[in-house]
Design a protein around this ligand. Structure first.
Ligand SMILES: C[S@@+](CC[C@H](N)C(=O)[O-])C[C@H]1O[C@@H](n2cnc3c(N)ncnc32)[C@H](O)[C@@H]1O
Length: 340
């Protein structure tokens, strides 16, 4: 496993914060969404930054994640002397350097065995999820992707430190732009990308920043084109509005290439409920007159109550630890041919 990062964050200011003692993390991209703690909105609909209590919880959470006990304990990162990293809080994916297709990793350098099915975790941040998922699933390869290069470098070093490296790799790119081609590239040697996870991506609440969200029409279309029938996309967030937005974009722009995973949902029942709802008069919505008449069918499937992949993400643990809900959707690539 070695770095294949090609996009640098050189020139970007680092966040001026101390790494919490015990090597806890301070890398999280979007503390603003931790308004789950303050739960206040300002007039623009944006969220306020963490208050003092939220910050304290956050630092404690980082220290806990690094401890050799609890969910990530089996990685033994503290014992290996793994350290946190200081990174820029935000990277703007719309800048020109992130709009270019990044070259795919050299798979033979990344993994011991490139014939294994691959899981791609988009927006991997701390990387502990990827390391643990790889450790628990030695028959699979796992690629953690993040737009912030220091996190990718750290993921690589933590892989070495925790002895999980033959089937896990980290790489930098703007996933919205590059991931479809990376999937095709991996599959070009006959192996399959079986699962793409998008876990707790940055919510970018401000209307003018919504285009910075990872899940855009472009990403959905590229996944529809690249992924094989039967493979899965797993969406999860602690922000309901964001999970709805991701789910709706897959339903809308996937044009029949994705459906709720029939192993986890009663899809006939979902369609029946959607048909009934379509007969009812449309309720007035508070959407600034932007309603174009599109209605979700998948909304009638509700949220999955449990994580179906068996390994929690860092943000998921933090959220559940605070007694807050997590919103989950599993999709499956259908047999439909994607519109190019
Ligand atoms: C809140 S963190 C995700 C946390 C992690 N997945 C979890 O569940 O614990 C969101 C991550 O997405 C990354 N990110 C944002 N936009 C991205 C993009 N376009 N491509 C790749 N990564 C992106 C950020 O750098 C950040 O590390």
């Amino acid at each position: 496993m070695r770095s294949t990062s090609r996009e640098t964050t050189t020139g970007n200011a680092l966040r001026d914060e101390a790494v919490p003692s015990g090597g806890g993390v301070n890398e999280d991209a979007n503390r603003a969404d931790a308004s789950r703690v303050t739960n206040k909105r300002d007039r623009d609909g944006d969220r306020r930054l963490l208050g003092v209590t939220g910050l304290k919880n956050y630092v404690q959470h980082g220290t806990k994640l690094m401890a050799d006990e609890g969910e990530y304990g089996e990685l033994e990162l503290a014992k290996a002397g793994a350290k946190g990293v200081r990174v820029r809080q935000h990277v703007n994916p719309l800048t020109s350097r992130f709009q270019e297709q990044a070259p795919a990793p050299t798979w033979t350098d990344a993994f011991d065995d490139v014939t294994r099915a691959l899981t791609i975790d988009v927006g991997c941040a701390g990387g502990r999820f990827d390391l643990l998922y790889a450790k628990r699933n030695p028959e699979r390869n796992v690629l953690g992707v993040d737009i912030r290069e220091p996190l990718v470098e750290r993921g690589l070093s933590w892989g070495e430190a925790s002895g999980v490296s033959g089937n896990v790799h980290f790489a930098t790119c703007n996933a919205t732009v590059s991931i479809g081609e990376w999937i095709k590239n991996y599959q070009s040697n006959g192996a399959e990308v079986e699962l793409v996870t998008i876990l707790h991506p940055d919510p970018h609440f401000k209307k003018r920043h919504r285009k910075r969200r990872i899940v855009q029409e472009r990403l959905v279309r590229s996944l529809a084109e690249a992924m094989k029938p039967g493979t899965r996309v797993y969406l999860q967030s602690d922000v309901e509005e964001l999970t709805e937005d991701m789910r709706d974009k897959f339903e809308r722009y996937g044009e029949g290439c994705f459906d709720l995973d029939p192993e986890l949902y009663d899809v006939d029942d979902v369609r029946e409920k959607a048909a009934k709802a379509a007969e009812a008069p449309v309720e007035k919505t508070e959407n600034d007159g932007e309603d174009d008449g599109w209605r979700s069918t998948w909304v009638h499937g509700g949220w999955l109550s449990e994580n179906p992949i068996g390994t929690p993400s860092e943000r998921e643990l933090q959220t559940l630890g605070e007694g807050l809900p997590v919103f989950r959707v599993m999709l499956r690539r259908t047999e439909n041919v994607a519109n190019q």
